[in-house]
Design a binder for this molecule. Sequence first.
Ligand SMILES: *[C@@H]1O[C@H](CO)[C@@H](O)[C@H](O)[C@H]1NC(C)=O
Ligand SMILES: *[C@@H]1O[C@H](CO)[C@@H](O)[C@H](O)[C@H]1NC(C)=O
Ligand SMILES: *[C@@H]1O[C@H](CO)[C@@H](O)[C@H](O)[C@H]1NC(C)=O
Ligand SMILES: *[C@@H]1O[C@H](CO)[C@@H](O)[C@H](O)[C@H]1NC(C)=O
Ligand SMILES: *[C@@H]1O[C@H](CO)[C@@H](O)[C@H](O)[C@H]1NC(C)=O
Ligand SMILES: *[C@@H]1O[C@H](CO)[C@@H](O)[C@H](O)[C@H]1NC(C)=O
Ligand SMILES: *[C@@H]1O[C@H](CO)[C@@H](O)[C@H](O)[C@H]1NC(C)=O
Ligand SMILES: *[C@@H]1O[C@H](CO)[C@@H](O)[C@H](O)[C@H]1NC(C)=O
Length: 492
Amino acid sequence: MQWLSLLALLFVHQHVVTALQVYQRPLNQDCVSAPNSRSLPSGSQYFPEDFRVYGETFDESDHVTVEFAQGFSVEYFDTYKIVRNTIVNETYVLYQCGLQPPSTDSLPEGSKLFSVPLDSTAVVETVPLAFLKELGVDSRLQSVSSYAVGSCAQKLLTCPGRTAPSLDTANATMTTTDLDALVPYADAIITSSAYALDQVFAFSATMDPGVLRRAEWVKFLGVFFNMDASSSEIFSAINESYFQTVSDIKSREPAQPPLMAFVDYLDYEPDFAFEVQFAPYKLQYTEDAGAVGPDYAEVAAIPGVIPSPFATIPNGTLWFSWGEGGGFATQAEAVAAFQAFLQTVDIVIDETYAADPLSYNLTKFYQTYNITSNTSYPFLRTSQVFREDGLIGPAPSYGLDWFEGAIARPDLVLGDFAAAVAPSEYPGRRPTWIRNIALGQQPTIISDQNCNQVTSCSERPSPICPYISTCPNGNVVQQEAVNTTCVYVPCS
Ligand SMILES: *[C@@H]1O[C@H](CO)[C@@H](O)[C@H](O)[C@H]1NC(C)=O
Ligand SMILES: *[C@@H]1O[C@H](CO)[C@@H](O)[C@H](O)[C@H]1NC(C)=O
Ligand SMILES: *[C@@H]1O[C@H](CO)[C@@H](O)[C@H](O)[C@H]1NC(C)=O
Ligand SMILES: *[C@@H]1O[C@H](CO)[C@@H](O)[C@H](O)[C@H]1NC(C)=O
Ligand SMILES: *[C@@H]1O[C@H](CO)[C@@H](O)[C@H](O)[C@H]1NC(C)=O
Ligand SMILES: *[C@@H]1O[C@H](CO)[C@@H](O)[C@H](O)[C@H]1NC(C)=O
Ligand SMILES: *[C@@H]1O[C@H](CO)[C@@H](O)[C@H](O)[C@H]1NC(C)=O
Ligand SMILES: *[C@@H]1O[C@H](CO)[C@@H](O)[C@H](O)[C@H]1NC(C)=O
């Protein structure tokens, strides 16, 4: 008898969970109530100037385009907005929920339609999660990548049915099948590249080269949540704080900036190499933090050094490699040349992959680069050896927040590097994303306990109010205040 009722309970519970997962526009105040409408009473606007993303504005007859230097643009119409991701060359038409979608013959060919704000979003890769956290919309996530590091994403992973599939980028067929399976549950699926599926849109922050440009993609996501102006404010604050740190550093003007290098050991049979990294965003952090990076042409001119055949950007990575396809005849020669290079470096960022970051300490660093004595290495004399695994997710995957949270907060990352370059200016500061293994600093592990934004698996999001509302008599009233409910001037 007891067993039977327990089974019944389990069944009911299971049933409820499944019902919750299936996507339905909630009965909250996200939407306007004008289900047969495609237009507005004259003189009113859903997306007036106060509502829009900040950027350069171009007037063009009855609409306005807001453009950013790279990656995306937003164009406003009366009842919808057009967002273009120019990196993947896709066009998204976002219309205010509660209205009829705009008629397709007036839209750019091949565009995808979304009703906004999004309410139930699947995030199959980790990078967007940090930006969605900045926007405060974690409770609008239907499912998240199992590699997620952020605390609220981890909390969602403890909920039934909230784990998104991991995309196998090598098998497009499999990926499309996985994405298809999310369609009943999600009103949008965010990926980093374009897919033909109507519900998928691409978020390309990491394809934008500069660290601030990457962070500016918070505006792109903001547009999908009708947070156009507030996401712009979030970015402005990050931008301002970044430039404040830069100007603090400049005001100190060190006589001779130290040399900071991002290096690693690649063990990827049959390829073995010591690598020096030159990605533009790493060089930007280096220079803005008051250091200089290694000179590409100088390192490339060392006999035996070759460009990495795996580099995804021109002049991205140089190799001290051996064996088949390597530039050095033997491992010993490559090690000797790389050590000679390291002896010119003042600050090392060691990016060598470690399956268990907790066990990667200074002893391991010595082994990685076959170093036996600390006397010839400037960075060992001054104890400036850092890794990017200062903030990580739990076992067993130990995902690095460097690849998630750090991308959305370049201002804070710059603070980390500033302290790495000039430790005496930041006494006692423990950096967030990088850790100093020469000082024995250990990774900090993020747990789902750190999440306050999502309190339960069935939490409903608080509303994102439309800018205006329509009264029963057809009058339009403007939003007066936003709290946990939408407050409008009363209908007359
Ligand atoms: C972008 O997409 C449009 C429409 O699908 C197409 O006409 C155009 O050639 C594409 N441009 C690039 C650079 O791929
Ligand atoms: C890709 O995935 C599909 C669907 O699971 C499978 O049938 C196919 O064999 C896979 N192809 C490769 C090359 O692995
Ligand atoms: C970022 O801040 C700098 C310095 O204050 C300013 O010149 C620039 O316009 C800002 N950029 C954006 C997009 O807000
Ligand atoms: C790559 O580096 C070489 C010097 O080694 C330089 O001549 C060339 O312009 C660089 N290319 C790019 C795309 O930066
Ligand atoms: C590593 O260092 C030891 C001690 O200096 C040396 O005997 C050995 O040859 C080195 N290994 C390589 C691959 O250079
Ligand atoms: C690094 O870890 C190893 C293994 O746990 C330990 O033997 C060694 O003493 C540690 N080295 C440092 C510098 O803490
Ligand atoms: C260098 O190594 C020696 C011998 O292991 C050690 O006594 C000394 O403290 C080290 N110096 C620094 C700056 O780490
Ligand atoms: C908004 O919420 C706060 C805190 O719950 C409350 O004190 C305030 O009165 C609310 N404002 C409006 C306009 O509802």
